[in-house]
Design a protein around this ligand. Structure first.
Ligand SMILES: Cc1cc2nc3c(=O)[nH]c(=O)nc-3n(C[C@H](O)[C@H](O)[C@H](O)COP(=O)(O)O)c2cc1C
Length: 178
């Protein structure tokens, strides 16, 4: 099975998640490419797609929204899984809220897609990456969720990402959802 992992990122942490997903799929015998949404001009001849982006202000980063708008109809002909990285998903009791939020938001961009799975993973919060405005927003948002308000915090759980990927691969091999 040939799979594309398409990701977006602003500060780099989602690339690592996309690469871990690809590594896990390859270990299971899949042929995998990893590409940034904003750089993809065509979809290519993949059998299945895993698409992921960081959450910004309760939504996917814009180039990932645009990728779904542009290719949604075509993507829906194949099995698709979504994943997100965010600050909230790194906080155990917030994760379900992120998944529910995204399930409400993403059909706006690609109504034809019924994802076989939606993964929510803690990303990296690094206050040194943010300008003053972003820092204030992040302090307020992450702080109100019980998260950190200074420093760098890598919340990526590689085992969890691999376990989710293995489940998705199994679902892909069973065929399209819906
Ligand atoms: C401007 C901005 C807005 C963000 N908004 C949210 C948010 O609404 N909810 C959340 O849980 N995390 C939020 N985050 C945290 C990011 O989703 C998280 O840091 C993610 O890992 C970033 O991925 P990247 O390093 O690939 O860009 C925000 C981060 C930034 C910089």
């Amino acid at each position: 099975m040939k799979i594309l992992v398409a990701y977006e990122t602003a500060h780099g942490s989602t690339v690592g998640v996309a690469e871990k997903i690809a590594e896990t799929l390859r270990e299971q015998g899949a042929e995998v490419d990893v590409a940034r949404c904003r750089e993809l001009k065509t979809l290519g001849d993949y059998d299945a797609f895993i698409i992921g982006a960081p959450v910004w202000g309760g939504n996917w980063l814009k180039p990932a929204q645009e990728f779904l708008r542009r290719f949604g109809q075509k993507l829906a002909e194949h099995p698709v899984a979504y994943f997100h990285t965010s600050g909230a998903a790194g906080i155990d009791d917030q994760r379900e809220t992120v998944v529910r939020g995204m399930l409400n938001v993403l059909p706006k961009y690609a109504p034809a897609i019924t994802p076989v799975s939606v993964g929510a993973f803690g990303g990296v919060i690094d206050f040194s990456n943010y300008n003053i405005a972003m820092r204030l927003i992040m302090k307020a948002v992450v702080g109100s969720q019980g998260g950190p308000t200074t420093g760098r915090h890598d919340m990526r759980d590689w085992e969890e990402i691999s376990a989710w990927t293995a489940e998705v691969h199994e679902a892909f091999e069973e065929g399209p959802a819906g």
